[in-house]
Design a protein around this ligand. Structure first.
Ligand SMILES: O=P(O)(O)OC[C@H]1O[C@H](OP(=O)(O)OP(=O)(O)O)[C@H](O)[C@@H]1O
Ligand SMILES: Nc1nc2[nH]cnc2c(=O)[nH]1
Length: 183
């Protein structure tokens, strides 16, 4: 399969790699200012947030620590199962730490709401959220998201870490997956 075969699976490209990187650099600048003089622990949500974490962390001119949690609510489909499962916990004790959760996308908000209450119970010094992409329903979330990247329509998208059945994560852009792929 070459690049043009993958493109046939996409119905619309929403953001190119350059647009995504420009937005992440802007967010990194804000984060760097807000956490000046503080130790920062960034918690990435596997697996989707791998690309965001890598590009965000490399936009900083400062040290940051990274740790990872694996949780999943989508399984191999295009709809949230509504059940969040913890597959890998943090290796770091976050008590009294300044923690920034790094996500690729907020859609229903279910994953993040669950994660925030889970991490809050571990008594961090502060807990904030950063996401590369948001969909319209995210606005209904009770938990405020401090660092928000780019908006997406209410369509199932892939690329830049986002998968369909573990494929398309390595696309550099973010695009809507053509319905013929999953229908
Ligand atoms: O706001 P929500 O509706 O909860 O959706 C957002 C979550 O869905 C995706 O994860 P997924 O469960 O697909 O796991 P993955 O990161 O391993 O792909 C994404 O990475 C977010 O964590
Ligand atoms: N791949 C993918 N995962 C999601 N998780 C929540 N929304 C989405 C989406 O549109 N695409």
């Amino acid at each position: 399969m070459d690049a043009s075969d993958i493109e046939k699976d996409l119905s619309k490209i929403h953001y190119t790699e350059d647009q995504i990187l420009a937005k992440l650099r802007e967010l990194a600048g804000r984060i760097e200012r807000d956490y000046e003089g503080k130790d920062l622990l960034m918690v990435g949500v596997l697996r989707g947030a791998v690309m965001v974490m890598a590009d965000l962390a490399r936009s900083f001119g400062r040290h940051v620590e990274m740790d990872w949690m694996a949780i999943s609510s989508y399984g191999s489909g295009t709809k949230s199962s509504g059940v969040v499962r913890i597959q890998k916990d943090l290796d770091t004790d976050i008590t009294n730490r300044h923690v920034l959760i790094v996500e690729d996308i907020i859609d229903t908000g279910l994953t993040l709401s669950w994660l925030v209450s889970n991490l809050e119970s571990r008594k961090p010094a502060s807990l904030e959220l950063c996401t590369a992409f948001v969909k319209p329903d995210a606005a209904k979330m009770a938990v405020p998201v401090k660092y928000v990247g780019l908006e997406l329509p209410d369509e199932f998208v892939v690329g830049y870490g986002l998968d369909y059945a573990e494929k398309y994560r390595n696309l550099r852009c973010v695009a809507t997956l053509a319905p013929h792929v999953y229908s």
